[in-house]
Design a protein around this ligand. Structure first.
Ligand SMILES: C[S@@+](CC[C@H](N)C(=O)[O-])C[C@H]1O[C@@H](n2cnc3c(N)ncnc32)[C@H](O)[C@@H]1O
Length: 237
């Protein structure tokens, strides 16, 4: 990984902003991801994220913390937060911004337990593919304290396959339609192609059931997105 995402965050944090990140997927054209969005404050966050922060309690794990927006908000409210990310640049930026506990690690290498686990900004993305979802969900479940919760947002991206006549063009023989190849470039450099998973609520619920989790929708977002709360099945039923 070239860590172009982390490099862009570092540039923005250190006052060297010149251009935004460019993203694209196998089913969509290039688009700009404004770096300012990756440094949003509570008022600038989507309602789903604001709701997730309001529901956060106890000892919190912020998975894929990026520039640390959610961690900083919770830390400033006096909550105990651990932030983790696999991007060295993101971890560096979190330290610069004052996140007290931040570590460079994949969630799959996390071993502590928590009362709230946050996965935000299409939190299911880090699962990469539907077939890896069980590995992630079971591990996340193992990191929960009694009465713990996982708060995760995602989207049903079926709309991305809709043509002008209102029909759908998705290949029914292909893998799950929420599995995308994700391309990222910054300042003329291109990152290694990543896989990024969007899960519709029904599929997330089915996967949760298999992983021993009960999945409840907290709120719908403005554009096919939603926030869900996952709790161990024995506590949910
Ligand atoms: C879309 S960004 C979201 C950043 C931040 N949560 C936000 O809302 O601004 C996803 C983040 O997850 C991180 N990430 C990807 N896979 C991860 C993993 N297995 N464990 C921890 N972090 C991961 C990426 O490096 C990236 O910073």
């Amino acid at each position: 990984m070239k860590d172009l995402f982390g490099k862009a965050l570092l540039d923005y944090q250190t006052g060297n902003f010149t251009v935004n990140l460019i993203t694209a997927t196998n089913i969509s054209d290039e688009d700009e991801l404004p770096l300012s969005y990756l440094f949003r404050n509570f008022e600038e966050m989507p309602k789903l994220e604001q709701k997730a922060l309001e529901l956060s309690k106890g000892k919190i794990l912020d998975v894929g913390c990026g520039a640390g927006n959610h961690s900083l908000y919770l830390q400033n409210k006096g909550l105990q937060v651990c932030a983790i990310d696999i991007s060295p640049g993101a971890v560096e930026v979190c330290k610069m911004r004052g996140v007290k506990r931040v570590a460079l690690k994949s969630v799959l290498n996390e071993t502590e337990t928590f009362d709230t686990i946050l996965l935000l900004m299409n939190g299911t993305g880090i699962f990469q593919e539907l077939k890896q979802t069980q590995t992630y969900l079971k591990h996340l479940n193992s990191l929960l304290n009694d009465n713990g919760q996982i708060l995760v947002d995602s989207s049903d991206i079926k709309y991305m396959y809709e043509d002008d006549d209102g029909g759908f063009w998705m290949d029914l023989n292909a893998e799950y339609y929420g599995e995308l190849d994700y391309f990222l470039s910054y300042k003329g450099e291109t990152e290694k192609t990543m896989k990024w998973l969007y899960l519709d609520f029904e599929t997330l619920s089915q996967e949760c059931k298999k992983a021993g989790l009960f999945c409840e929708k907290i709120v719908d977002g403005e554009h096919f997105d939603y926030l869900a709360r996952l709790i161990p099945a024995k506590a949910g039923i």
